[in-house]
Design a protein. Structure first.
Lengths: 114, 113
């Protein structure tokens, strides 16, 4: 049972344009969401997070949007840069449990072309 | 010391054997979590340790066990290895269990033959 789904395995965009990565979840108990970025041969790196009490969180070129009614979140990267090429994972938690359990999606490979 | 380091980076074991993977957490991080990442999948939560006690466990059998030590190091032990245990094992540390902005290590690639 895949509680967090990233339905697009890959995405290719031109440098300078917007990249939009999508994520859907099924568990209504999830109240905290994160995006991680992973380069080959490295561990995932925390990128940005959002609590369920918000619908938007912004950090520089990265913005995460949360639509609780649709159980959907998205990561916008504007403008996209070649260095953003990586695998992006969304993750969710029932944060109040404090057990460290993050449920990850399968990942989306982003390629930003110069 | 900054960052999370894991050893070894690669490992090949035979089915039925036992393996110990090691992790050195970021200084000051008293919470460590272990994840298994199969090829083409996202990381899957194995368990978390906080102040040397298990603080949460995912859907993994008891042959997966762990230890956390006072010096910010930890271990993941897997007994009776199976072919399906072949995966990338990731260690992640954080200052406390409520902080999900983990610092991940680069992982240990385990191959069971």
């Amino acid at each position: 049972d895949q509680q967090v789904k990233q339905n697009s395995p890959s995405l290719s965009v031109q440098e300078g344009r917007i990249s939009i990565l999508n994520c859907d979840y099924t568990n209504s108990m999830f109240d905290y969401f994160l995006w991680y970025k992973k380069y080959p041969a490295e561990g995932p790196t925390f990128l940005i997070s959002i609590s369920s009490i918000k619908d938007k969180n912004e950090d520089g070129r990265f913005t995460v949007f949360l639509n609780k009614s649709a159980k959907h979140l998205s990561l916008h990267i504007v403008p996209s840069q070649p260095g953003d090429s990586a695998v992006y994972f969304c993750a969710a938690s029932a944060g109040s449990s404090n057990t460290g359990k993050l449920i990850f999606g399968q990942g989306t490979t982003l390629q930003v072309k110069p | 010391e900054t960052g999370v380091t894991q050893s070894p980076t690669h490992l090949i074991k035979t089915r039925g054997q036992q393996v110990t993977l090691r992790c050195s957490s970021q200084s000051g991080h008293n919470t460590v979590s272990w994840y298994q990442q199969a090829l083409g999948q996202g990381p899957q939560f194995i368990f978390q340790y906080y102040r040397e006690e298990e603080n949460g466990r995912g859907n993994f059998p008891p042959r997966f066990s762990g230890l956390q030590f006072p010096n910010y190091s930890s271990e993941l032990n897997v007994n009776a290895l199976e072919l399906d245990d072949s995966a990338l094992y990731l260690c992640a540390s954080s200052p406390d269990p409520a902080n999900y902005g983990y610092t991940f290590g680069s992982g240990t690639r385990l191959t069971v033959v």
